[in-house]
Each structure stands twice: as C-alpha cells, then as structure tokens.
Design a protein around this ligand. Structure first.
Ligand code: GDP
Ligand code: IMO
Ligand code: MG
Length: 427
C-alpha cells in the first residue's frame, strides 16, 4: 500500500509543512485528518512564504488533490479566509474537498475557548483560542454540528439556533460574558454553507478509491506527538490525535493503508503554550536558538520556548507512531554552537528514567541527562548532499539514529524547497 503518514514527533512546528510540500510533488492526494486551524504550516516557495492552517500543504503542488478529512474540526470562515488569500496569490483552489463528516468550529467555540482559558487562571493551557477544544468537546458530547448539516439550510439554521441558545446560556450565566447575536450568526453561516457546497464530499470514498487505484497518498500531520490528547503531556495538549493512529480514523480508511510513517524532527526542541519541557533553556543559548530559528508562532505570533534535542521524547514518538524514518529539520540553526547537547535520559532525584512518564509533576522534577557533541561551527545551509556535511553534523545525525533506532532519511538545512537532502527514498 502506497500511503505515507507524516507526523510531528515533538510539540508541533517541527517543519511538517516544508516536508509535506516537498513530498507532495510525488503525491496524488494529500490528506489532513486531525486538528483544525490551530495548525500553522509554513511553506517557502521561490522565496515567498505561505502560512497554511486548515488547507493541506500539498496545495502548492498543482497536480495534488487536497482533502480535509472527517477527523478535522472545520472552521468554515477560517477556510474561506485562507482560500481567498491563496487565490489572491494566484493559486488554484479547485482541488480541495472537505469531509461531510467533519465537525464544525462555530463562533461560540472560539468565545468559550477564551472564557475557559480565563477561568483556569494561572492553570491555563495556553491554547490558540481557535475554538478547537470546545469543538471537540461538542463532538464527544454528541451535540456537534457537522459539515453535512450545512447541506440543508433550513435544518442547519434550526440546529445552529438551538446550539447558540445553549451556548449563550453558558456564556452569560456561567461566565458573565456577552451573548452571541443569534440571527446574525445564522444569517452569516447559512451564506457560508452555500459557498461551501462545491467543496463538500464523502472524502473517505475518494481516499479509498485513490488507494485502490494504486496512487500515492500522503497523510499530513498537524500538531505533534506530545500534543496528542491520549499520548501527549496531558492536560497541556490539543484535543485531537496527531499521532499516526489518528490518521486513518480521521480520514475514513483502514489502518493497513499506511505503509510508512515519517517522523518530522526539529534538530532541537520547541514548544508554545504551557507544560513541562525538560530540556528547556532559559539562558543565552535558548535565546540564540529562538533568534536564529525565528521561533515565533505562525498562528499566534507567540515566542516559542526553546531547548536542546530531547531523545526521550523522540524514542517515545518512534514507539507510539511506529516511525519508519525521520526527516531531520532546521539542522542549520545549530551551526554556530561549539558544543551541542542531546538528552538521552531523565534524572529524577537520582533515578534514571528512559521512558517518557505520564505524571507531569514527576516530569517537572526531572533533570536532563545529556550527551555532549562537538558542533560544526560553519554554514551548512548550502549543503545539498549528506556527503557535503561536516563530520560533526554527520555525528549528530548518527547519534539521533542510535538513540531512536530509526533511520534519518532526509535532512533540511533551510526553509526553501531545495535546501533538502534525501538520503534514503521516502515515498
Ligand atoms: P510545522 O507547523 O511543523 O509545519 O512547522 P512551522 O511551519 O510552524 O515552523 C517551522 C519553521 O521553520 C517555518 O518557519 C519554516 O519555514 C522553517 N523551516 C523549515 N525547515 C527549515 C530548515 O531546515 N531550516 C530553517 N532555518 N528553517 C526551516
Ligand atoms: P502545528 O501543526 C504548536 C498547542 C497550543 C497549546 C495546545 C492546545 O503548527 O505544529 P489548542 O488551540 O490546540 O487547544 O491548544 O496545543 N498547539 C500547537 N503548538 N504547533 C501546533 O500546530 C499547535 N497546535 C496546537 O499552543 O499549547
Ligand atoms: Mg506550525
């Protein structure tokens, strides 16, 4: 089976967008299966930057069909903002379909995201406030509205109205907030529903058909393993399954269609939002990584927290996703450091821990155990093959392979498409 899943191995922003765009050249279909427009995937093409949120990063490749699967929470307004921006850049938007089973993110979800966060006070999660958590809450509670509901305007207006009444009650009575203008929201969303009509499809049928025809399918991960609702650093996670297990249920096909799982690994670690981060740096080195790597969020503009590479996290990601390869990203960002550190275990009050623990209070007390490696201290952004890399960079790569047991199949040394070295065939 020819499907490849591309998954974030850390806390998101590993460079998934760049690799998806690169690999989409060979793909017939690119599928997003989880999350929503909390994702921010940057693709640089011909020096121009594209920030993709809900629309798959395959969209910059004219031949690929792009699918937004049933596992995604779909913000129709955000979708059309993105469509309009991309159209203005001259990109065709005629090869995108959204699943009729995808749940909708509606205005009250965004309002509630902000109110829930405020109510948590110092214990807030640091969400993107895009309404993702509240939309998945409704899905699990079995009160959500889906894309297929938009196909019947009268029924849709009725269902939406009932939900707005319910949510306004919460907004006003629980939080003392401003209620939504029910009629205005209904009018706006009935119009959006009409505009969405040509994009709606039973996308599982399309993906299955493409796979049966022996064509190539790429599953585009959003977020990262440590943000998974089950497997991540709960409660500092998103509300979906960004790990490989979530890809097939979120696309409406069986799990045996995926033959390869490529883990996207940033050469160091970053995280936005709250939650423990064992290798976080609070010194000049952390600052320097942030500046050189331009580590500021695509969606919210927040400064990302930065630290050394954490191989305890990578080993965990290799196991829970079944990684068959690694794409190592942003290696160029480490070029100026004399010494590089990779954390291979945690020290908890003298006890060595090798498997990422569930208990975050315990994680917060862990100290990183580092292996130190010599840095290369030269510009590698012009390297185009593995052999061009300095020995120290090759050693850094080998160390990652040894610690994870997974081959590093590609190395990225800059944001542009051509700053990519392929060591082993990926797709
Ligand atoms: P995603 O969410 O995983 O798609 O990652 P983001 O797009 O949020 O963040 C990755 C950032 O790194 C983007 O600004 C990319 O343009 C940039 N980038 C990707 N690969 C490389 C690389 O190898 N080197 C450098 N310097 N930047 C890169
Ligand atoms: P990409 O696809 C990094 C984080 C948020 C917050 C937590 C919960 O660009 O890698 P949410 O709004 O999802 O309820 O927020 O998850 N988060 C991300 N961090 N990259 C992302 O996506 C993220 N999507 C969500 O910062 O800590
Ligand atoms: Mg991102």
């Amino acid at each position: 089976m020819p499907a490849l899943a591309v998954v974030g191995t850390q806390w998101g922003d590993e460079g998934k967008g760049k690799m998806i765009d690169y690999l989409a050249k060979q793909a017939d279909v690119v599928v997003r299966a989880a999350g929503g427009n909390n994702a921010g995937h940057t693709v640089v093409m011909g020096g121009k930057k594209y920030a993709l949120k809900l629309i798959p990063s395959g969209v910059l490749n004219p031949q690929a069909l792009n699918i937004i699967g049933n596992g995604v929470v779909f913000d129709v307004k955000g979708f059309f903002d993105e469509v309009d921006h991309l159209k203005a850049d001259g990109l065709p938007m005629d090869k995108i379909y959204v699943s009729d089973r995808a749940h909708l993110v509606l205005p009250y979800h965004k309002v509630l995201d902000g109110l829930y966060e405020a109510a948590r006070g110092a214990e807030d999660i640091g969400t993107t406030k895009k309404g993702i958590g509240p939309a998945y809450m409704d899905k699990v509670e079995r009160s959500g509205l889906r894309v297929c509901d938009m196909k019947n305007p009268d029924r849709f207006a009725e269902k939406l109205g009932a939900q707005i009444d319910r949510k306004n009650e919460q907004i006003v009575k629980l939080f003392g907030g401003e209620p939504l203008d029910k009629e205005a929201v209904i009018a706006e969303y009935v119009e959006l529903a009409k505009r969405l009509e040509p994009y709606i499809a039973d996308t599982g049928v399309i993906v299955y058909g493409v796979i049966k025809a022996g064509k190539k399918v790429l599953f585009e991960g959003a977020q990262g393993t440590m943000l998974d609702i089950d497997l991540g650093t709960y409660p500092f996670v998103t509300s979906s399954h960004p790990t490989s297990g979530g890809f097939t249920s979120g696309a409406g096909v069986g799990s045996n269609v995926i033959s390869q799982v490529l883990g996207i690994v940033k050469a160091y670690t970053t995280r936005v939002g709250k939650g423990p981060f064992v290798t976080e740096l609070f010194d000049a080195t952390g600052e320097r990584i942030r500046e050189v790597g331009h580590e500021y969020g695509t969606v919210t503009g927040r400064a990302r927290r930065c630290g050394w590479l954490d191989a305890v996290v990578l080993k965990y990601a290799a196991r829970v996703n079944g990684l068959t390869g690694i794409a190592l990203m942003l290696l160029d960002v480490l070029s100026e450091f004399e010494t590089l550190k990779i954390c291979y275990a945690y020290d908890h009050n003298g006890k060595i821990i090798e498997n990422f623990p569930a208990d975050l209070d315990l994680v917060a007390e862990c100290k990183p155990v580092y292996k130190e490696l010599k840095g290369w201290q030269c510009d590698i952004s012009g390297c185009r093959s593995y052999d061009d890399l300095p020995e120290e960079a090759k050693n850094y790569i080998k160390e990652i392979e040894t610690l994870t047991g997974v081959p590093v199949k590609s190395i990225s040394v800059g944001p542009d498409r051509d700053q990519t070295m392929i060591r082993q065939e990926i797709f």
